[in-house]
Design a protein around this ligand. Structure first.
Ligand code: C2E
Ligand code: MG
Ligand code: MG
Length: 700
């Protein structure tokens, strides 16, 4: 029976009612001594990343979870024994070995948090020590159970692990590794390998990820999984990371010196290093030392770092970006992905984790989630890398849904630096300058016979011949369809022959220049979509196909064929939202469309049947007022009203922003107070209906 025979000066934990750790230690010793012939085990358990519960749901909920967790073990798992709280979310119990089976613990310890609107699965993990040596102090026994528990950390599942001598040896090895590190760096036992990252469209190596290896004198070749987590725990990782970053810069310098095609190299930044403010300075120092352009160094940051310290991460990433480095979100989709993260931080690239990739061909749902993540990322202006691609089926799927880059054993394992440079050279896109052949192009643009000319023009649509002198793009010739499209006169066009290339919109200009460079490098047509301002408040969307046709007088010439896609684009905006649904519904509890052109509100998705109110084109002002007065409480009411006002939304529509988030305090139908995150996403665009969707979920 539980807590049988305990005496009175025992101290209990106030929150959960189990024994304090000190009392547990003395009681356990007494029980072991009084029952020398009974076999016991010691079990410790906690929740994977418990801190997240407090962060998302608040401390009160955190306390409830701890009470619940102690209760579940007391009522459903343990038939005998005593329970104590080690501290935080860690508990320990001593019980008779035959009273408990591991599969029973694994079955029973599933734990879910339920609020009015949300269900959240927690992972409970446990470590067991079968007490085979009674002579060691109970605290040492706890250490052994904790060694078993620590060996499952970082895995997102429920798990019970049993202590073995090997685990203890691994821990001791870990301690040896820590003390061997400095010597290892000095003795050049560490080295890097590079895994190529391939461009899906061209099949060429587009980048590489630098990964560390350790040739340990005693243990042989060690993979980072063996030592990186150990160094992270011991705050030793900075030194190693720094070594790897410097190697990366040195390799980039070599690429430049050897004249091979230079591709960007990614480095991994351990989350520990993210919280040191000097990361950008260190990288600036290294890129200066090796005299390499910063855009060749890419910084990979793991998704889970976001949960630990949001503000710091946002701060660091913004500084890195401002300094000119590309920043990539690594391991996306493994844990606590949120749109917020993508909105708060404008990553340049998003790397989808192997775990999600593994599932795409076996589960339709995972396939849907991945494809909407890809679309969403594109929409937010990020490129997508798929990691850990091992099969042709996965690659085909990823190509189909528009993933930009692929990294995986299917294409290449990590290779040594020499092989990597070779791979870059092999797959280099040859940009051979061809001398420009005037005749073909002139024939198309300068057909003398008016009838044939108008026939040709209609057939090929708006078209222009441009030249590029590595700084400026200029119009040389255009056809009549081109003039008609821009509703301008030929005189005007030629007088101002830089046309939209010199517009104030440097973003569009840069995209056109980039597209020309790509078209020339790859010797194939490059497509790009740009917006063009027609008048004060109307734009048109243009799809341009750009083809390099050759060089003349040292300048490269390109044919632009242009298509007005404004109508399709507006239709597609709607379609895009449909494409994102699987991912949005995965994240949010309720999605509502606000149409500011019509002044209506429509509920698009709700994952809780208990809420009866479903709007369909309800009058907007009335719905907003109702929601503000009956559902929202406190100060957030004013913020909600002002952020949903027509004036505010007009500003939003005319800006480049695509998303914004507010936090509101609400009272649920059951009278409970909670905090909600409400994310507004632009779905309509000028010109066209002004629509946004509002996605809501509970955060605390
Ligand atoms: P990561 O950054 O997510 O790196 C990708 C890992 O996935 C690499 O393992 C790579 O070899 C592996 N991988 C790539 N494609 C495939 C595939 O198709 N199948 C399979 N099974 N695996 C694939 P690696 O080199 O063992 O690195 C593991 C982790 O160690 C890395 O994960 C990264 O988090 C960490 N790491 C590696 N080098 C460094 C470093 O220099 N500094 C820090 N802080 N961490 C590092
Ligand atoms: Mg990585
Ligand atoms: Mg990764």
């Amino acid at each position: 029976m539980l807590m049988n025979g305990l005496d009175n000066d025992i101290v209990y934990d106030e929150l959960t009612g189990v024994l304090s750790f000190k009392s547990f230690l003395s009681e356990a010793r007494r029980i072991l001594d009084e029952n020398p012939d009974t076999e016991y085990l010691l079990l410790v358990w906690d929740i994977e990343r418990f801190k997240v519960v407090n962060d998302i749901f608040g401390m009160d909920m955190g306390d409830n979870v701890l009470r619940g967790l102690a209760d579940t073990f007391r009522r459903e798992i343990l038939k005998s024994g005593i329970i104590g709280r080690i501290g935080g979310d860690k508990f320990v119990c001593l019980c008779i070995k035959d009273d408990i089976s591991i599969s029973h613990i694994e079955d029973k310890m599933k734990y879910t948090i339920e609020t009015d609107t949300e269900k959240y699965r927690l992972f409970v993990q446990a470590g067991v020590y079968y007490i085979d040596d009674r002579d060691i102090p109970v605290i040492k026994m706890c250490d052994r159970a904790l060694i078993a528990l620590n060996s499952v950390k970082g895995i997102h599942t429920d798990k019970v692990e049993v202590y073995t001598e090997t685990k203890r040896e691994e821990l001791i090895t870990g301690q040896h590794l820590v003390s061997d590190m400095e010597k290892g760096i000095a003795g050049r036992e560490f080295f890097v390998v590079i895994q190529p990252i391939y461009d899906v469209r061209t099949g060429a190596v587009a980048a590489g990820e630098v990964l560390v290896r350790w040739n340990h004198p005693k243990y042989g070749l060690l993979m980072p999984g063996r030592f990186v987590p150990v160094f992270e725990k011991n705050f030793m990782i900075s030194k190693l990371d720094h070594f790897v970053w410097e190697e990366a810069c040195r390799i980039i310098r070599d690429m430049i010196d050897q004249g091979v095609r230079v591709v960007p190299l990614s480095i991994n930044v351990s989350r520990v290093n993210l919280y040191h403010n000097d990361l950008p300075d260190i990288l600036d120092g290294l890129t200066a030392k090796y005299n390499i352009p910063r855009e060749y160094l890419r910084v990979e940051i793991t998704e889970s770092a976001y949960m630990d310290n949001r503000e710091q991460l946002i701060f660091t990433v913004n500084r890195l970006k401002a300094a000119g480095y590309d920043v990539m979100m690594d391991d996306f989709g493994t844990g606590y992905s949120s749109l917020n993260l993508l909105k708060d931080i404008s990553f340049d690239l998003l790397k989808i984790d192997k775990k999600l990739i593994d599932e795409i061909v076996v589960s339709d749902r995972a396939g849907n989630v991945v494809s909407s993540v890809v679309k969403m990322a594109k929409w937010l202006g990020m490129s997508v890398v798929a990691e850990g691609v091992e099969t042709g089926n996965q690659a085909a799927f990823l190509k189909n849904i528009g993933s930009d880059y692929i990294q995986g054993y299917l294409y290449s394992r990590p290779v040594d630096v020499k092989d990597f440079l070779q791979k870059c050279t092999q797959s280099a896109d040859n940009y051979y300058r061809v001398e420009f052949n005037d005749i073909d192009i002139d024939n198309i643009l300068n057909i003398k016979d008016p009838q044939i000319r108008s026939f040709m023009d209609e057939l090929i649509g708006p078209m222009a011949l441009c030249e590029f002198d590595e700084a400026q793009l200029r119009l040389l010739k255009v056809n009549s369809e081109f003039i008609r499209l821009f509703k301008t006169s030929p005189q005007k066009l030629y007088v101002n022959n830089t046309f939209f290339f010199s517009s104030e919109d440097s973003f569009t200009k840069q995209r056109l220049v980039d597209a020309c460079l790509n078209a020339r490098r790859k010797s194939r047509a490059e497509s790009v979509i740009v917006s063009h301002k027609k008048s004060k408040d109307s734009w048109m969307w243009l799809s341009m196909s750009i083809r390099y046709v050759g060089d003349a007088e040292g300048k490269s010439r390109f044919i632009f064929s242009v298509k007005d896609i404004t109508k399709e684009r507006n239709r597609r905006n709607k379609q895009q939202m449909v494409d994102f649904y699987p991912f949005l519904c995965h994240l949010y509890k309720e999605i509502i469309e606000l149409n500011y052109t019509e002044g209506t509100v429509t509920t698009l998705y709700k994952d809780d049947d208990s809420i009866k109110q479903i709007n369909k084109k309800a009058p907007m002002q009335e719905s907003i007022d109702k929601f503000a007065s009956y559902v929202i409480t406190g100060d957030s009411r004013n913020e909600f009203i002002s952020k949903t006002s027509t004036e505010y939304m007009d500003k939003f529509f005319n800006s480049k922003e695509k998303i914004f988030t507010i936090e509101i305090q609400v009272i649920t139908r059951k009278g409970k107070h909670c905090s909600c995150e409400m994310t507004f996403i632009k779905t309509g665009q000028n010109p066209g209906p002004k629509t946004v969707i509002a996605c809501t979920r509970v955060v605390g």
